[in-house]
Design a protein around this ligand. Structure first.
Ligand code: NG6
Ligand code: CA
Length: 523
């Protein structure tokens, strides 16, 4: 018999402080691991790259970098041509993917500082809590960047709330980003490897003590910043923010891929006999780009190309583990990225100089930060051999904001009315049983500029924001007038048709306004 706590009971129990550790979710409560339900994969793994563009992988057209293992996923599953990150930067994309709510609906969900408090209310329904309530063991390994604690966090004590208060049973985290302090890993509620005699202090306001900074001590750097990133030096690289102490816990950027892959594979091995959901969130190819030495020179594109090869190696670790444990057939694997690509994002790493003919955003205009397609249209590949016919390419529109409603549907969970307000159940499209996903999607660039795709049409509402994203040179798409593009004929958004089709502009403007004011878009 299958016994489940429903979501409300689960949240109630969590709020009442009941321990909901692995024991509470023990065997008796787990659905039969060998379920033959054609809708429900036994396991789910999301592999989420950071700043990887539509054109950065082989199966999307890249030739200057080889990604055989990502290509394998596409060959054995579905490659989507209209997969979207909800936003053109990390924090709002991840907020939306976890909660099923567009981040632009709320204040303060932009790129989070490394000392930001948790940006999602504890106990709120997330893609993890949905799967946990359905009996999956849930884990997140890698970059978090959604804040931790409830303000004024002491990194030496218990670090909470965080993922464990949002439906994850296990976490191993880069707390914010590789370029933000504190440069230490957090496992469950604590910094890993911290010596209590050498406590950590973090500040985003002022320099702490005499710890060297990129600004004052450039002679200590192995990689120089090009803009920003000139504060505390950790591992020869200056960062955003100041920290001191915690030396025994400092990470080495060169080891990110090894450490995170090892934790992810460990997690899979530990939970191989039960249903599990793993959100594996990579650091690469975000800055600072410091490949392990075995990937140095793997491409002619410098470190940005080399760390993409490193991503492919991480994917291999996961696919090999699933093969070895005989879980491939019954595991739904999703590969995607949190926003579009960027070359110079703050360090002199030659990404721009060595890019050559490579097109990181494929045929699309704009990159990270932008509401042009290149900011949010990203690789999206889904494999589930038991259910999905191999070798498909789908043009269905799917956004990562759809994961909560889709996971609820596949796991037989009911969403409350106010849960996941922008999340659509796109299950049939995700598994290739239908060519249509959602019919429209809102795309968030920085500075609150919104793009709106509906079918083949793309509308940009007028915006007076500055056009260029700092020293990156990236055009974020802001213009004081409306823009309208036909993505079918003009995927590069080069010819503004707004004057030619005023009716279409009005129709799209009105629909976007309705979506904004309704506070939700899920029917
Ligand atoms: C920007 C950083 C950039 C990167 C980005 C967040 C500067 C000058 N630039 O503010 O390097 O960290 O934030 O990237 O500091 S994201 O992928 O995590 O959203
Ligand atoms: Ca990112």
């Amino acid at each position: 018999m299958r016994i489940q706590l429903n979501r409300r009971d689960f949240v109630k129990a969590a709020l009442a402080g009941m321990t909901l550790g692995p024991q509470a979710w023990g065997q008796a409560m787990r659905p039969n691991a060998g379920s033959d339900n054609a809708k429900q994969p036994r396991n789910i793994v999301i592999i989420y790259a950071d700043d990887l563009g539509w054109g950065d992988v082989g199966c999307y057209g890249a030739t200057a970098v080889k990604t055989p293992h990502i290509n394998r996923l596409a060959r054995e599953g579905i490659r989507f041509t209209s997969g979207y990150a909800p936003a053109a930067t990390c924090t709002p994309s991840r907020y939306a993917m976890l909660t099923g709510e567009y981040a632009w609906r709320k204040q303060g969900k932009g790129v989070a500082a490394g000392d930001a408090p948790l940006l999602i209310e504890p106990g709120r329904t997330t893609m993890a809590s949905i799967l946990k309530a359905a009996g999956y063991h849930t884990g997140v390994v890698g970059k978090w960047h959604l804040g931790l604690g409830d303000g004024d966090l002491d990194w030496n004590g218990k670090i909470a709330p965080g993922p464990l208060e949002l439906g994850f049973d296990y976490c191993f985290l880069i707390p914010a980003t590789g370029d933000r302090v504190p440069c230490v890993y957090v496992e469950n509620h604590h910094v890993v490897g911290l010596d209590p005699e050498d406590p950590i202090e973090v500040s985003y306001r002022e320099r702490i003590g005499i710890a060297p900074t990129g600004n004052r001590n450039p002679e200590l750097l192995k990689m120089r910043p090009s803009h920003g990133h000139d504060q505390t030096i950790i591992n020869g690289i200056s960062r955003i923010g100041y920290m001191r102490g915690g030396y025994s816990a400092w990470w080495k950027d060169e080891e990110f891929a090894d450490v995170l892959s090892e934790k992810a594979v460990d997690y899979i091995e530990k939970h191989k006999d039960e249903r599990f959901f793993l959100y594996f969130s990579l650091h690469d190819p975000h800055v600072p780009r410091v490949p392990h030495e075995r990937f140095e020179g793997a491409t002619d594109m410098g470190s940005r190309g080399d760390v993409i090869v490193q991503i492919d190696w991480c994917v291999k670790q996961i696919l090999d583990a699933l093969d070895r444990l005989n879980l491939t057939e019954e595991t739904l694997v999703i590969f995607s990225s949190d926003n579009g690509p960027v070359l110079d994002d703050g360090y002199h790493d030659q990404a721009a100089e060595l890019v050559g003919e490579h097109q990181p955003a494929g045929p699309f205009r704009g990159r990270k930060y932008s509401r042009f397609e290149g900011g949010t249209r990203v690789p999206l590949i889904v494999r589930w051999p038991k259910r999905i016919k191999p070798g498909q390419v789908s043009d269905a529109i799917i956004s990562q904001v759809d994961f909560p409603a889709t996971f609820a549907a596949l796991a037989g969970q009911q969403l409350a009315d106010d849960d996941a307000p922008d999340s659509f159940n796109v299950f049939e499209a995700l598994v290739g049983s239908s060519d249509t996903g959602r019919d429209h999607v809102v795309q968030e660039g920085i500075r609150n500029v919104l793009g709106f795709r509906s079918g083949d049409w793309k509308y940009h509402e007028p915006s007076n924001a500055a056009r260029i994203a700092w020293q990156t040179g990236i055009d974020i798409g802001a213009r004081p007038f409306a823009q309208l593009y036909n993505l079918k004929d003009d995927p590069g958004e080069t010819t503004n048709l707004a004057e030619q089709y005023p009716e279409k502009v009005k129709q799209m403007h009105d629909r976007l306004e309705r979506i904004k004011h309704a506070g939700r878009s899920r029917p």
